[in-house]
Design a protein around this ligand. Sequence first.
Ligand code: G3I
Length: 305
Amino acid sequence: ADTLGAAAAEKGRYFGAAVAANHLGESPYTTTLDREFNSVTPENEMKWDAVEPSRGTFLFSRADQIVDHARSKGMKVRGHTLVWHSQLPSWVSGLGASELRSAMNNHITQVMTHYKGRIHSWDVVNEAFQDGGSGARRNSPFQTKVGNGFIEEAFRTARAADPNAKLCYNDYNTDGVNAKSNAVYAMVKDFTSRGVPIDCVGFQSHFNPNSPVPSDYRANLQRFADLGVDVQITELDIEGSGQAQATDYGNVTKACLAVTRCTGITVWGIPDKYSWRSSGTPLLFDDNYNKKPAYDAVLSALGGA
Ligand code: G3I
Protein backbone atom coordinates (compact mmCIF):
# COMPACT_ATOMS: atom_id res chain seq x y z
CA ALA A 1 0.00 0.00 0.00
CA ASP A 2 1.26 3.48 -0.78
CA THR A 3 -0.94 5.65 1.44
CA LEU A 4 -1.27 5.87 5.22
CA GLY A 5 -4.93 4.85 5.23
CA ALA A 6 -4.49 1.88 2.92
CA ALA A 7 -1.39 0.63 4.76
CA ALA A 8 -3.14 0.97 8.13
CA ALA A 9 -6.20 -0.83 6.76
CA GLU A 10 -4.00 -3.79 5.80
CA LYS A 11 -3.07 -3.96 9.49
CA GLY A 12 -6.72 -3.71 10.55
CA ARG A 13 -6.35 -0.10 11.72
CA TYR A 14 -7.50 3.33 10.59
CA PHE A 15 -5.23 6.30 10.01
CA GLY A 16 -6.94 9.64 10.53
CA ALA A 17 -6.37 13.37 10.64
CA ALA A 18 -7.92 16.29 12.48
CA VAL A 19 -9.72 18.40 9.89
CA ALA A 20 -10.89 22.02 9.98
CA ALA A 21 -13.95 22.86 7.89
CA ASN A 22 -12.52 26.17 6.72
CA HIS A 23 -9.65 24.40 4.90
CA LEU A 24 -11.83 22.03 2.90
CA GLY A 25 -11.99 24.53 0.03
CA GLU A 26 -8.19 24.45 -0.36
CA SER A 27 -7.57 21.95 -3.09
CA PRO A 28 -4.20 20.47 -2.01
CA TYR A 29 -5.55 20.15 1.55
CA THR A 30 -8.54 18.13 0.44
CA THR A 31 -6.54 16.16 -2.13
CA THR A 32 -4.07 15.12 0.57
CA LEU A 33 -6.86 14.30 3.04
CA ASP A 34 -8.74 12.18 0.52
CA ARG A 35 -5.65 10.36 -0.71
CA GLU A 36 -3.95 9.55 2.61
CA PHE A 37 -6.52 9.24 5.39
CA ASN A 38 -9.47 6.98 6.11
CA SER A 39 -10.71 8.65 9.29
CA VAL A 40 -11.27 12.25 10.33
CA THR A 41 -11.78 14.12 13.59
CA PRO A 42 -13.32 17.61 13.41
CA GLU A 43 -10.66 19.79 15.08
CA ASN A 44 -13.07 22.31 16.64
CA GLU A 45 -16.44 22.01 14.91
CA MET A 46 -18.09 19.52 17.30
CA LYS A 47 -17.04 21.26 20.50
CA TRP A 48 -19.70 22.68 22.80
CA ASP A 49 -19.12 26.34 21.84
CA ALA A 50 -19.50 25.40 18.17
CA VAL A 51 -22.60 23.20 18.33
CA GLU A 52 -24.59 24.69 21.21
CA PRO A 53 -23.46 28.31 21.57
CA SER A 54 -26.65 29.23 23.41
CA ARG A 55 -28.82 26.92 25.42
CA GLY A 56 -30.93 24.63 23.28
CA THR A 57 -29.77 26.17 19.99
CA PHE A 58 -27.83 23.57 18.06
CA LEU A 59 -25.73 24.53 15.04
CA PHE A 60 -24.38 21.55 13.16
CA SER A 61 -23.62 22.98 9.73
CA ARG A 62 -19.82 23.27 10.05
CA ALA A 63 -19.43 19.86 11.64
CA ASP A 64 -21.85 18.41 9.07
CA GLN A 65 -19.59 19.71 6.30
CA ILE A 66 -16.73 17.58 7.63
CA VAL A 67 -18.89 14.54 8.35
CA ASP A 68 -20.53 14.68 4.91
CA HIS A 69 -17.19 15.06 3.17
CA ALA A 70 -15.64 12.19 5.12
CA ARG A 71 -18.55 9.84 4.59
CA SER A 72 -18.74 10.61 0.87
CA LYS A 73 -15.14 9.37 0.69
CA GLY A 74 -15.80 6.30 2.82
CA MET A 75 -13.87 7.61 5.83
CA LYS A 76 -14.73 6.98 9.46
CA VAL A 77 -15.46 9.91 11.76
CA ARG A 78 -14.33 10.37 15.38
CA GLY A 79 -16.58 12.65 17.40
CA HIS A 80 -14.64 15.24 19.46
CA THR A 81 -15.81 16.11 22.10
CA LEU A 82 -18.99 16.16 24.23
CA VAL A 83 -17.96 17.12 27.78
CA TRP A 84 -14.85 19.30 28.17
CA HIS A 85 -13.99 22.26 30.38
CA SER A 86 -12.48 24.19 27.45
CA GLN A 87 -14.30 25.79 24.51
CA LEU A 88 -17.29 25.73 26.83
CA PRO A 89 -19.75 28.61 26.39
CA SER A 90 -20.16 30.87 29.41
CA TRP A 91 -23.89 30.06 29.65
CA VAL A 92 -22.87 26.50 30.62
CA SER A 93 -20.31 27.42 33.25
CA GLY A 94 -22.81 29.87 34.74
CA LEU A 95 -25.47 27.26 35.50
CA GLY A 96 -26.19 25.88 38.95
CA ALA A 97 -25.64 22.21 39.75
CA SER A 98 -28.94 20.66 38.72
CA GLU A 99 -29.31 22.82 35.59
CA LEU A 100 -25.73 22.04 34.58
CA ARG A 101 -26.38 18.34 34.97
CA SER A 102 -29.44 18.44 32.76
CA ALA A 103 -27.68 20.70 30.23
CA MET A 104 -24.81 18.17 30.06
CA ASN A 105 -27.15 15.24 29.49
CA ASN A 106 -29.21 17.16 26.95
CA HIS A 107 -26.09 18.25 25.06
CA ILE A 108 -24.81 14.66 24.84
CA THR A 109 -28.19 13.35 23.76
CA GLN A 110 -28.86 16.03 21.12
CA VAL A 111 -25.42 15.94 19.54
CA MET A 112 -25.13 12.14 19.52
CA THR A 113 -28.65 11.77 18.17
CA HIS A 114 -27.90 14.17 15.32
CA TYR A 115 -24.90 12.05 14.33
CA LYS A 116 -26.35 8.68 15.30
CA GLY A 117 -24.90 5.85 13.21
CA ARG A 118 -22.30 8.11 11.58
CA ILE A 119 -19.59 8.31 14.27
CA HIS A 120 -17.32 5.34 14.98
CA SER A 121 -15.98 6.67 18.31
CA TRP A 122 -16.94 9.59 20.53
CA ASP A 123 -14.66 11.38 22.97
CA VAL A 124 -17.43 11.51 25.56
CA VAL A 125 -15.32 13.19 28.23
CA ASN A 126 -12.06 15.02 27.49
CA GLU A 127 -9.24 15.99 29.88
CA ALA A 128 -10.99 15.56 33.23
CA PHE A 129 -7.81 14.89 35.22
CA GLN A 130 -5.20 17.33 36.53
CA ASP A 131 -1.59 17.42 35.46
CA GLY A 132 1.09 16.80 38.04
CA GLY A 133 1.42 14.10 40.59
CA SER A 134 -1.88 14.32 42.44
CA GLY A 135 -3.97 12.09 40.22
CA ALA A 136 -6.88 14.37 41.11
CA ARG A 137 -9.73 15.49 38.93
CA ARG A 138 -9.43 18.85 37.24
CA ASN A 139 -11.57 21.66 38.65
CA SER A 140 -14.17 22.15 35.94
CA PRO A 141 -17.78 23.28 36.24
CA PHE A 142 -18.78 19.63 35.78
CA GLN A 143 -16.44 18.41 38.51
CA THR A 144 -17.21 21.11 41.05
CA LYS A 145 -20.99 21.27 40.50
CA VAL A 146 -22.15 17.87 39.25
CA GLY A 147 -19.41 16.13 41.24
CA ASN A 148 -17.28 13.01 40.84
CA GLY A 149 -20.10 11.08 39.21
CA PHE A 150 -20.26 13.37 36.16
CA ILE A 151 -18.03 11.14 34.02
CA GLU A 152 -20.02 8.00 34.72
CA GLU A 153 -23.27 9.85 34.07
CA ALA A 154 -21.94 11.25 30.78
CA PHE A 155 -20.99 7.75 29.58
CA ARG A 156 -24.36 6.29 30.58
CA THR A 157 -26.19 9.07 28.76
CA ALA A 158 -23.96 8.60 25.72
CA ARG A 159 -24.62 4.85 25.53
CA ALA A 160 -28.35 5.46 25.55
CA ALA A 161 -28.09 8.11 22.81
CA ASP A 162 -26.11 6.02 20.26
CA PRO A 163 -25.64 2.42 21.39
CA ASN A 164 -23.43 1.59 18.38
CA ALA A 165 -20.81 4.29 18.86
CA LYS A 166 -17.64 3.44 20.76
CA LEU A 167 -17.43 5.61 23.85
CA CYS A 168 -13.96 6.94 24.71
CA TYR A 169 -12.30 8.82 27.54
CA ASN A 170 -9.59 11.07 26.00
CA ASP A 171 -6.67 12.86 27.68
CA TYR A 172 -3.10 14.17 27.28
CA ASN A 173 0.04 13.51 29.36
CA THR A 174 -1.37 10.05 29.96
CA ASP A 175 0.77 8.50 27.24
CA GLY A 176 3.29 6.89 29.60
CA VAL A 177 2.88 5.33 33.04
CA ASN A 178 2.60 8.27 35.46
CA ALA A 179 0.34 9.60 38.22
CA LYS A 180 -2.17 11.04 35.75
CA SER A 181 -2.42 7.90 33.63
CA ASN A 182 -2.62 5.83 36.82
CA ALA A 183 -5.66 7.88 37.85
CA VAL A 184 -7.32 7.35 34.47
CA TYR A 185 -6.43 3.66 34.65
CA ALA A 186 -8.10 3.36 38.05
CA MET A 187 -11.23 5.03 36.70
CA VAL A 188 -11.41 2.76 33.64
CA LYS A 189 -10.83 -0.31 35.82
CA ASP A 190 -13.62 0.80 38.13
CA PHE A 191 -15.96 1.47 35.17
CA THR A 192 -15.33 -1.89 33.50
CA SER A 193 -15.71 -3.75 36.81
CA ARG A 194 -19.07 -2.05 37.53
CA GLY A 195 -20.41 -2.21 33.98
CA VAL A 196 -20.27 1.54 33.33
CA PRO A 197 -20.26 1.76 29.52
CA ILE A 198 -16.77 2.64 28.26
CA ASP A 199 -15.23 1.14 25.12
CA CYS A 200 -12.02 3.00 24.50
CA VAL A 201 -9.35 5.29 25.88
CA GLY A 202 -7.80 8.00 23.70
CA PHE A 203 -4.15 8.94 24.18
CA GLN A 204 -3.72 12.37 22.64
CA SER A 205 0.05 12.00 22.19
CA HIS A 206 1.11 15.64 21.79
CA PHE A 207 4.89 15.30 22.03
CA ASN A 208 7.68 17.88 22.13
CA PRO A 209 11.23 18.03 23.54
CA ASN A 210 9.89 18.71 27.06
CA SER A 211 7.38 15.91 26.74
CA PRO A 212 8.95 13.28 24.47
CA VAL A 213 7.51 9.92 23.46
CA PRO A 214 7.69 7.94 26.74
CA SER A 215 9.82 4.81 26.77
CA ASP A 216 6.89 2.92 28.29
CA TYR A 217 4.37 4.16 25.71
CA ARG A 218 3.58 0.68 24.35
CA ALA A 219 3.41 -0.84 27.83
CA ASN A 220 1.01 1.89 28.92
CA LEU A 221 -1.29 1.32 25.92
CA GLN A 222 -1.14 -2.41 26.64
CA ARG A 223 -2.13 -2.12 30.30
CA PHE A 224 -5.27 -0.18 29.33
CA ALA A 225 -6.05 -2.70 26.57
CA ASP A 226 -5.72 -5.45 29.17
CA LEU A 227 -8.65 -3.89 31.02
CA GLY A 228 -10.81 -4.86 28.04
CA VAL A 229 -11.08 -1.53 26.24
CA ASP A 230 -9.75 -0.40 22.87
CA VAL A 231 -7.02 2.19 22.82
CA GLN A 232 -6.60 4.88 20.17
CA ILE A 233 -3.90 7.43 19.46
CA THR A 234 -6.14 10.43 19.00
CA GLU A 235 -4.21 13.70 18.48
CA LEU A 236 -0.66 12.75 17.50
CA ASP A 237 1.88 15.44 16.76
CA ILE A 238 5.60 15.48 17.51
CA GLU A 239 7.55 18.72 17.55
CA GLY A 240 10.87 18.32 15.71
CA SER A 241 12.22 17.76 12.23
CA GLY A 242 14.18 15.44 10.02
CA GLN A 243 15.29 11.98 11.03
CA ALA A 244 14.80 12.43 14.79
CA GLN A 245 11.15 13.33 14.28
CA ALA A 246 10.78 10.49 11.77
CA THR A 247 12.16 7.97 14.27
CA ASP A 248 9.69 9.13 16.93
CA TYR A 249 6.75 8.92 14.53
CA GLY A 250 7.84 5.45 13.45
CA ASN A 251 8.12 4.30 17.07
CA VAL A 252 4.65 5.60 17.95
CA THR A 253 3.20 3.77 14.95
CA LYS A 254 5.01 0.54 15.90
CA ALA A 255 3.74 0.83 19.47
CA CYS A 256 0.15 0.95 18.24
CA LEU A 257 0.68 -2.03 15.93
CA ALA A 258 2.21 -4.00 18.81
CA VAL A 259 -1.02 -3.65 20.82
CA THR A 260 -3.82 -5.71 19.31
CA ARG A 261 -6.50 -3.43 20.73
CA CYS A 262 -4.86 -0.24 19.42
CA THR A 263 -7.40 0.32 16.68
CA GLY A 264 -6.09 3.45 15.00
CA ILE A 265 -4.01 6.59 14.91
CA THR A 266 -5.12 10.18 14.27
CA VAL A 267 -2.63 12.97 13.59
CA TRP A 268 -3.69 16.42 14.79
CA GLY A 269 -3.63 18.19 11.42
CA ILE A 270 -2.34 17.68 7.86
CA PRO A 271 0.30 20.31 6.87
CA ASP A 272 2.57 21.90 9.47
CA LYS A 273 1.14 25.35 8.73
CA TYR A 274 -2.27 24.40 10.13
CA SER A 275 -1.03 22.86 13.37
CA TRP A 276 -2.57 24.26 16.57
CA ARG A 277 1.00 24.87 17.72
CA SER A 278 1.87 28.46 16.90
CA SER A 279 5.34 27.54 15.69
CA GLY A 280 7.24 24.46 14.71
CA THR A 281 6.83 21.60 12.27
CA PRO A 282 5.05 18.82 14.19
CA LEU A 283 3.07 17.08 11.40
CA LEU A 284 3.64 14.67 8.48
CA PHE A 285 3.35 17.15 5.59
CA ASP A 286 5.22 20.41 5.07
CA ASP A 287 3.49 23.68 4.23
CA ASN A 288 3.39 22.72 0.55
CA TYR A 289 1.94 19.28 1.28
CA ASN A 290 5.21 17.50 0.55
CA LYS A 291 5.68 14.27 2.49
CA LYS A 292 8.26 14.66 5.25
CA PRO A 293 10.69 11.98 6.51
CA ALA A 294 8.18 11.46 9.33
CA TYR A 295 5.59 10.47 6.73
CA ASP A 296 7.94 7.89 5.22
CA ALA A 297 8.68 6.48 8.68
CA VAL A 298 4.99 6.06 9.48
CA LEU A 299 4.21 4.48 6.11
CA SER A 300 7.09 2.09 6.46
CA ALA A 301 6.15 1.17 10.05
CA LEU A 302 2.67 0.38 8.72
CA GLY A 303 4.25 -1.99 6.21
CA GLY A 304 3.58 0.28 3.23
CA ALA A 305 5.97 1.67 0.68
O1 G3I B 1 -13.16 30.50 15.40
C1 G3I B 1 -12.60 31.60 16.10
C2 G3I B 1 -12.62 32.84 15.26
O2 G3I B 1 -13.95 33.18 15.01
C3 G3I B 1 -11.88 33.94 16.01
O3 G3I B 1 -11.83 35.09 15.23
C4 G3I B 1 -10.47 33.51 16.36
C5 G3I B 1 -9.71 34.56 17.14
O4 G3I B 1 -8.97 34.02 18.19
O5 G3I B 1 -10.54 32.35 17.12
C6 G3I B 1 -11.18 31.27 16.46
O6 G3I B 1 -11.23 30.20 17.36
C7 G3I B 1 -10.03 29.49 17.57
C8 G3I B 1 -10.30 28.02 17.26
O7 G3I B 1 -9.17 27.25 17.58
C9 G3I B 1 -10.65 27.80 15.80
O8 G3I B 1 -9.57 28.15 15.00
C10 G3I B 1 -9.63 29.64 19.02
O9 G3I B 1 -9.24 30.99 19.28
C11 G3I B 1 -8.49 28.70 19.35
O10 G3I B 1 -8.25 28.75 20.75
C12 G3I B 1 -8.86 27.30 18.96
O11 G3I B 1 -7.77 26.45 19.25
C13 G3I B 1 -8.06 25.08 19.28
C14 G3I B 1 -7.79 24.53 20.68
O12 G3I B 1 -8.02 23.13 20.69
C15 G3I B 1 -8.67 25.20 21.71
O13 G3I B 1 -8.55 24.59 22.94
C16 G3I B 1 -7.18 24.37 18.29
O14 G3I B 1 -7.54 24.79 16.96
C17 G3I B 1 -7.33 22.85 18.40
O15 G3I B 1 -6.36 22.21 17.62
C18 G3I B 1 -7.11 22.45 19.85
O16 G3I B 1 -7.31 21.07 19.95
C19 G3I B 1 -7.11 20.49 21.26
C20 G3I B 1 -8.09 19.33 21.39
O17 G3I B 1 -9.39 19.76 21.12
C21 G3I B 1 -8.00 18.68 22.77
N1 G3I B 1 -6.64 18.29 23.08
C22 G3I B 1 -5.62 19.35 22.92
C23 G3I B 1 -5.70 19.93 21.50
C24 G3I B 1 -4.57 20.93 21.24
O18 G3I B 1 -4.67 22.03 22.08
